[in-house]
Design a protein around this ligand. Structure first.
Ligand SMILES: [Zn+2]
Length: 320
């Protein structure tokens, strides 16, 4: 049985916001950086993030200073982006649904850049929190180099937690995009769907971005109605997961369906279907004839497994 505890939950990271305007973390001899490149993580052969010193020569491939992620019992942790580097290896898989390619930087003998979704189930809680925070911050910087108010190139402040415009003075802060992901049930049936470009046999819960001016509950009802034409009544929040691809926060919810008949939105989804609890248990055991198991590490799989075991709405199940 796959372990469906999800990645990126709160670990032992101390965010230490009061130190972001301070040079002390950067000057600490124990300070280390985890390293990103085009959204991928520098990891060793076991998938563990590699931590490098802040004077490592490879950081000359960074456009900006490493950002301060927080404090750990081993010292301050930063995140660096080697965005100026180009690999010798093939990079055409990057950004595809499943990227199993590896890229090797000449500055790191025993490490390679790997797709984070491939290693996230095995990250420790601390590493997971550092990786989620670092990747989201790095991704935000890469996409927000210019002031949204006047278009001038902005500068990094506060250890990477602010970009300030030198022209108009506007401060810009890292953003997180809220997404709802929902276990929609009707009696002993669970609603699953699959995207048009997903690997064969992969199904998951319906999900979608929360829109401006919308509550989480309303977003669950609207997205479900748009994608499947199912009406949803009561909605309850269950658990959340940072999802740094590039910078979302997934709100895991349960919704009670008020109707059965499915009409698929063909732009968003290739299939939507009701699946029985027995079928879901078979799917988790890799024994379902048409549906494979959920991707380990994502909250979707955790919600699906919890529902199958009758624990979805048990608060004690989600506290560890
Ligand atoms: Zn400006």
């Amino acid at each position: 049985m796959v372990d469906y505890r999800f990645a990126f939950r709160a670990g032992e990271l101390e965010r230490a916001a009061h130190l972001r305007i301070n040079d002390a973390p950067r000057l600490d001899p124990r300070a280390r950086a985890i390293v990103f490149w085009r959204g991928k993580l520098l990891a060793d052969s076991s998938g563990t993030p590699v931590r490098i010193a802040l004077n490592h020569q490879a950081l000359s491939d960074s456009r900006e200073e490493p950002v301060f992620v927080g404090l750990t019992s081993d010292g301050p942790i930063f995140a660096a982006d080697l965005s100026l580097w180009s690999p010798a290896e093939d990079a055409t898989m990057i950004g595809q649904f499943i990227d199993q390619s590896r890229q090797t930087h000449p500055g790191f003998a025993d490490a390679m850049f790997v797709e984070i979704r491939g290693v996230m189930p095995t990250l420790t809680r601390l590493d997971g929190e550092c990786v989620a925070t670092g990747r989201a911050l790095i991704g935000w910087h890469a996409a927000h180099r210019f002031c949204a108010n006047c278009g001038t190139a902005s500068v990094v402040e506060s250890g990477g937690w602010v970009r300030k415009c030198p022209q108009c003075g506007t401060q810009h802060f890292p953003r997180t995009d809220p997404v709802v992901i929902m276990a929609i049930t009707r009696g002993d049936m669970l609603l699953l769907g699959r995207g048009p470009s997903w690997p064969e046999r992969m199904y998951s819960l319906l999900a979608g971005f929360v829109e401006p001016g919308e509550t989480i509950e309303a977003a669950v009802r609207r997205e479900t109605l748009e994608e499947s034409a199912i009406s949803v009544g009561a909605v309850r929040y269950v658990a959340s997961q940072p999802w740094p691809f590039p910078m979302s926060l997934m709100f895991g919810c349960h919704g009670e369906a008020m109707s059965d008949a499915i009409t698929i939105d063909p732009v968003e989804l290739a299939d939507v279907r009701w699946v029985s609890r027995a079928e879901v248990l078979g799917m988790l055991d890799r024994a379902h004839p048409q549906i494979g198991p959920p991707r380990p590490g994502a909250i979707a799989g955790a919600l699906i497994e919890a529902w199958a075991r009758g624990r979805l709405l048990d608060p004690g199940y989600w506290t560890t």
